[in-house]
Design a protein around this ligand. Structure first.
Ligand code: TXA
Ligand code: MG
Length: 535
């Protein structure tokens, strides 16, 4: 057996430790360092011998190139043939940060580092400890994630320690990584910029800076056997815990049923959902918060194994924003196994005046069933409901004929947060029951796509019935104008009504799809795109 190495544990707050870590790197040794994304296993990128040791320690295939880390923008100048305008723009917007750019390399970069390619990946990390160590080493630093090849990338010190103690000269204990998934990798070496690996800098953000940005097919699809991967790392088995994971791209309600009805399946779910799970579970972040999911994902994958879970159903992240990076990693850890619902239920929402009904009509035209949740809201006031409302808000809100005085009910209920909560606790469960029974009816007739036209989708908790969420947006001025005309109210009242709602950014954060209804987009085309993506 190979002799174990004496691994030093370094404290990032100790200047001598930073210096010593830098010295080790300069002399061709290996040190695991924290970055804002995941821990990296660092070596001098210009020293082929040191780089070969990285591959050896990780058990990594040698055709999988490494990212070269720098601590100042100018350090990239000698490493690449030229710095295009696009690279300067991206650097100004996102560096230092979780973005890696691929550019044609100079001869300074050895084949061992570039995996024999004529390009090199450059990253300028935001993590201060990482930058100090790179600066102390005086060389550009090659650093893949600090895990053994095939395992989840380490985002906490303990996982680096488990994988690398005794195998490297040093490990820096930098606590937990705050982004949690590896950097976004974008190639600038081809005609159009293309994302090879999504990460903390989102595709949407990149497009804001560069305009056209493509996304490589391998990001969310499995490569066919002979297909060549643009990013060699994409073809290898990755992030795989021992547990057998299946992503369930279904509604929360169906997910809970699925997990609870399978004998020994565990759950990889979002925070709070574990209350409804009967068996074992691990949580990874909040439902509509890609950042928190990214932060937790890799540790959560490790925890599945620590708990000895064998069969696991995972909740599906949104494939937008940072969610795309989460999905990209999760689908690999699941060996591309994804469960889709037989009937897709799309929750359609948006701020008042955005024009949900325009989108709803387009869905109807394309053969989808549309459930108008406002209509259901009006149907819930049966005798039983009226009695409960009278108990809560006074018997005189219903007149002698049994007619509900809606205006008075609203006045009393909305006078206080408690009143509003009380009203909702009486009406929302009934509304959702109404929606559920409509869904069941449509399912019986074999409907494949059902749209819930629901202004208060989230408030009513009806989002848990949906497998997808679509938010219709329009600029505030347009919305205001539409409400004033449609409802014949004053600008001031319209503004008040808009203020009482969830903001557009709060809504789009929850969306699988966003349709812009400012007049610039062809809504019919947008709806077709949504429907095609469900196939
Ligand atoms: O956040 C990160 O990027 C972390 C931290 C430590 O900085 N590093 C990291 O490195 O994730 P690694 O080696 O685990 O992933 C590098 C990815 C691989 O998928 C590799 O194939 C790709 O970048 N890559 C590197 N150089 C490339 C090149 N010249 N062309 C295409 N893909 C490249
Ligand atoms: Mg890796």
């Amino acid at each position: 057996m190979k002799q174990k190495m004496n691994t030093k544990i370094f404290d990032p707050n100790n200047r001598d430790h930073i210096k010593e870590a830098g010295e080790i790197l300069k002399n061709g040794g290996l040190v695991a360092i924290p970055t804002e994304t995941v821990y990296g296993l660092a070596a001098d990128a210009l020293n082929p011998e040191a780089v070969r040791n990285i591959y050896k320690v990780k058990g990594r295939p040698s055709d999988n190139p490494l990212i070269v880390h720098i601590s100042e923008f100018d350090e990239m100048i000698p490493l690449v043939k030229e710095i295009p305008e696009s690279a300067r723009k991206l650097a100004a917007a996102f560096w230092p940060g979780p973005l890696t750019m691929i550019l044609p390399k100079t001869d300074m970069i050895p084949d061992a580092t570039s995996g024999g390619l004529d390009t090199v990946a450059i990253r300028f990390p935001a993590n201060e400890t990482a930058r100090k160590i790179i600066a102390a080493s005086g060389c550009p630093i090659a650093a893949p994630s600090a895990n053994l090849s095939g395992k989840p990338s380490p985002t906490e010190f303990k996982y680096v320690y488990d994988d690398l103690y005794g195998k490297v000269e040093g490990i820096v204990d930098g606590g937990n990584c705050n982004v949690g998934v590896e950097s976004t990798v974008i190639t600038l070496a081809e005609k159009y910029p293309r994302v090879l690996r999504p990460g903390g800098v989102t595709v949407e953000e990149l497009r804001e800076v560069l305009g056209r940005v493509d996304v490589d097919d391998a990001v969310v699809h499995k490569l066919k056997d002979k297909e060549k991967a643009a990013s060699p790392g994409m073809k290898y088995k990755h992030y795989s815990p021992k547990a057998e994971i299946t992503i369930a791209d279904v509604s929360l309600e169906d997910y809970i049923d699925l997990v609870n009805s399978s004998e020994d399946a565990g759950a990889l779910c979002f925070e709070g959902e574990e209350k409804e799970i009967r068996g074992s579970f691990v949580t990874y972040g909040k439902e509509y918060d890609g950042e928190s999911q990214a932060q937790r994902l890799f540790a959560a994958l490790n925890e599945l194994d620590e708990k000895g879970m064998k069969t696991v159903y995972a909740r599906c992240p949104k494939k937008r924003g940072v969610g795309l990076a989460v999905y990209n990693r999760l689908i690999r850890s699941a060996g591309f196994k994804v469960l889709h619902p037989e009937t897709e239920i799309i929750g359609l929402t948006g701020m008042t005046g955005a024009g949900k009904s325009v989108a709803a009509n387009e869905f109807r035209r394309h053969g989808a069933a549309v459930i108008d949740c406002d209509l259901i809201t009006r149907e819930v006031y049966d005798d039983d409901c009226l009695r409960e409302l009278q108990e809560a808000f006074g018997s005189d809100i219903v007149d002698g004929e049994g007619i509900l005085n809606r205006r008075e009910l609203a006045r009393r209920a909305f006078a206080s947060p408690e009143g509003k909560a009380k009203l909702e606790s009486i009406t929302f469960p009934r509304i959702n029951a109404g929606i559920r029974s409509r869904i069941e009816e449509y399912k019986k007739t074999g409907t494949k796509v059902i749209v819930l036209d629901a202004p208060t989708l989230f408030e009513a908790g009806a989002d848990r019935l949906c497998s997808k969420i679509l938010v219709v947006t329009a600029p505030e001025t347009i919305r205001l104008d539409r409400i004033v005309r449609r409802d014949g109210i004053s600008v001031k009242d319209a503004q008040l009504r808009m203020k009482a709602q969830r903001s557009e950014s709060e809504l789009t954060a929850c969306a699988d799809f966003v349709i812009d209804n400012s007049g610039d987009t062809d809504i019919s085309e947008a709806v077709e795109t949504v429907l095609n993506s469900l196939k």
